[in-house]
Design a protein around this ligand. Sequence first.
Ligand SMILES: Cc1ncc(C[n+]2csc(CCOP(=O)(O)OP(=O)(O)O)c2C)c(N)n1
Ligand SMILES: [Mg+2]
Length: 414
Amino acid sequence: MIDLARDAQVGTAVYEKQTAPFIRSYDSDPEPAQGAIEEAARLINESERPLVLAGHGIMISGAEKALSEVVEKGELPVGTTMLGLSSIPSDHPQYVGMLGMHGNLGPNINTNRADLILAVGMRFDDRVTGDIKKYAPNAKIIHIDIDESEFDKMIKCDLHVHSDARKALEALLPLLDRKSREEWRASFDQHRSVEEERVMARELKCAAPDGRMLMGGVVRKVCEAFGNDAVIVTDVGQNQMFAVKYSRFKSSRSLISSGGLGTMGFGLPAAIGAKIGVPDRNVVLFCGDGGLQMTVEEFGMIMEYGVDVKIVLLNNNFLGNVRQWQHLFFKSRYSSTPMVNPNFKMLAGAYGIEAEDVADASQLDDAIKKMADHNGAYLLNVNIDETDMIFPMTPGGNGVDEILLNESEYYKPV
Ligand SMILES: Cc1ncc(C[n+]2csc(CCOP(=O)(O)OP(=O)(O)O)c2C)c(N)n1
Ligand SMILES: [Mg+2]
């Protein structure tokens, strides 16, 4: 935020143009050093168990095509950070899932089994690395980034390539060998099957025994109703983790979410901005009952400008993410997390926004269809089981491969 003092806004002064002698920033367009690219190619070509970590820098630099070509040519499994999601299609054969605390089993387990890590346009955030002392002990690590200050900041790397992601990947492509690493790639499939069976199957059934719903299943159904090609916007909390884990992405730049310091209340204004930015795409916001109320006054913006955003309120009547931590790590002492919520349908109605309450799983499919067919803003208030928790989970302080499958069981990969 830039705050201009009032006297600076109304006073007058004589303007004299001056050029800033120095801006403390990074070189915005460095050329990748050829020696570093050749060394990176050599390390990748030699490796038996490589893993590419793709971050937001892929999309910022327009490196989506280069990334696909690199991972296809080298047969390199690629996982993404949360903000790197949608930089490669979810059904790309080399895509192995999301990294980090609530990421997928495959890329997290195999981070610590890899002999080479190629990190591109990402910054080894603590949500991605877990305990840095236990991070990737068997791997040579190559870090491609435009911001030199990220090098060796969290994780000591063996090779730095100072460049934007697109230039570096384009330079790397012709130097890569085609090499099939079937056993290594199959190991990701094994972890994926365990996750599908042990964690995702229940979520995707969507219904808790009492008819309330589970977030993962709701997210998947909503995404399908929009052909898995809507711009997905999230707020912060369990709704966010379920939204990013259960969405499927076809095209780039399809996820907007508050990473780093996740800020509740981000979702609604971000969704409005997204729709104004790409009016031809469907924009779907997944948010929680806590976060929605932090910026709910933006309903007024929707009303004033007639913005067509679909708001899916994953309403568990709790600050669910904090509840999950209180449940797992503080003996279920739910302090300040139960919510006394307003009537969201009436609240939306007051702003002229169509809305529907979905109380029971049996109503969900019809309600989603009605929302998808509706021309204009819509709020779907979905009755979520508050005991629903997001797994797998690497609790803080654990190594990235020390992962809970549910509240009491650690994953023991073969
Ligand atoms: C502005 C702000 N305050 C507090 C937090 C800490 N925090 C993270 S998730 C969460 C709970 C979110 O509850 P809700 O919006 O209902 O989403 P749910 O987790 O239930 O899906 C809180 C309090 C935060 N990230 N941002
Ligand atoms: Mg909630």
